[in-house]
Design a protein around this ligand. Structure first.
Ligand code: PLP
Length: 375
């Protein structure tokens, strides 16, 4: 079965096999493995160990985002979030539930978060200490620009938190180019092609030290994780980690290196997305974004207008053909979404296109033109 969803992704059999062992988190061999994984992740972010640290946190991506918000935005502090889609909305909710003030900056549908409007919003409100940006907005499939947005945040003397959960490892990021960045957050199970269960932040060490006591949560405190590591050693954990996930991530990083690192991974995902985009058009379906706006991570396709259309039936018909896609959509108009990330190739995407054609025929769908939602 190929998982064509934007995480958790299809993995290599080698990555899955690395899970099949019993591990003790305090064992010295495991500590060394964990320390190595964190150092390798730091290298993917181009972080210098003198200025940046990798923090490992049990759980999913939201947990790392919450931890970054609690750690770096002081209690009662204010963060500005460009509303790029549902992951930006989630950042807003996480901030508010942690007692921080979140200000939403509207972003038009199909538009990029604009450096000019970020600069204006920061200038208008000196209480805003942070800008929260989603690098790859997994709901729309659009990529936003941390270089351009980070530059205006820096210029305004504010700080940035970057949700790179569906970007890290595939889209370029060099934390040494971003002195305004407090933390970038990501997980093992998206573009790094590992298993779900561990999340990470690469964070600025000086800011981790200065932010001690902010979090208001022991579990979600990146400063405390850092302080613990300083005390107890590089590969240690405060609480039981998903050790098998870390062991398999080490193997996933071997495969990442063997492929040629971030640039090679991005090239494969881009080729996947392009194959899929063309293939969908070839079937008479309509991708939600034009190719030039379409990011390489996830592709949304408008639901066909035919009365026989039913997303769950389509998902089931694809599953019978070896492909699993999401049975929900994240766009305003009805759509289906296909992930372009994971251990999959353009040949898999071509196979998916053929399977989608067969599934539509089996469902008796003749009208493949998009549903037009009345305005
Ligand atoms: C997947 C994802 C997350 C985190 O999702 P979890 O289900 O908590 O792992 C956060 N942000 C973005 C942009 C994502 O794609």
């Amino acid at each position: 079965m190929k998982l064509l969803i934007p995480g958790p992704v299809t993995t290599s059999p080698l990555v899955r096999a690395a899970m099949a062992q019993d591990l003790a988190p305090w064992d010295l061999e495991f500590r060394a493995l964990n320390a190595r994984v964190k150092q390798r992740l730091l290298a993917v972010a181009h972080g210098d160990p003198d200025t940046h640290a990798t923090l490992a946190l049990q759980g999913c991506g939201h947990f790392a985002t919450e931890a970054a918000l609690r750690t770096f935005v002081p209690p009662g502090g204010t963060i500005l979030v460009p509303l790029t889609g549902s992951y930006a909305e989630r950042m807003v909710r996480l901030a508010r539930e942690a007692g921080r003030i979140a200000i939403e900056l509207p972003v038009a549908d199909g538009a990029h978060a604009s450096p000019g409007s970020v600069a204006a919003a920061l200038a208008a409100n000196p209480a805003i200490s942070h800008l929260g940006l989603v690098y790859s907005e997994t709901s729309s499939g659009m990529i936003h620009d941390p270089a351009a947005i980070g530059a205006v945040v820096r210029e305004a003397g504010r700080r940035m938190i970057l949700d790179a959960v569906s970007a890290f490892g595939a889209l370029p990021l060099d934390v040494s180019d971003h002195p305004e960045l407090d933390a970038v957050v990501f997980t093992a199970n998206k573009c790094l092609e590992g298993m779900p269960g561990m999340s990470f932040a690469v964070a600025n060490i000086a800011r981790l030290v200065a932010s001690a006591g902010n979090a208001g949560s022991w579990s979600f405190d990146l400063s405390d994780i850092h302080a613990h590591t300083q005390r107890a050693g590089a590969g240690t954990f405060r609480f039981t980690p998903a050790a098998q996930v870390l062991a398999s991530l080490d193997v996933a990083l071997d495969l990442f290196d063997a492929e040629g690192g971030q640039a090679a991974r991005l090239a494969r995902y881009r080729a996947n997305a392009d194959t899929l985009h063309q293939g969908m058009i070839g079937l008479g379906l309509e991708p939600c974004l034009p190719l030039q706006a379409q990011g390489p991570i996830v592709l949304n396709v408008a639901s066909p207008a035919d009365a026989a259309w039913n997303l769950q039936r389509f998902v089931d018909a694809l599953k019978a053909r070896g492909f699993l896609i999401s049975n929900f959509h994240n766009t305003a108009a009805p759509s289906f979404r296909v992930g372009c990330i994971g251990a999959v190739t353009p040949a898999d995407m071509a196979g998916f296109v053929a399977a989608a054609d067969a599934a539509l025929r089996e469902m008796g769908i003749r009208n493949r033109a998009p549903i037009r939602v009345a305005a």
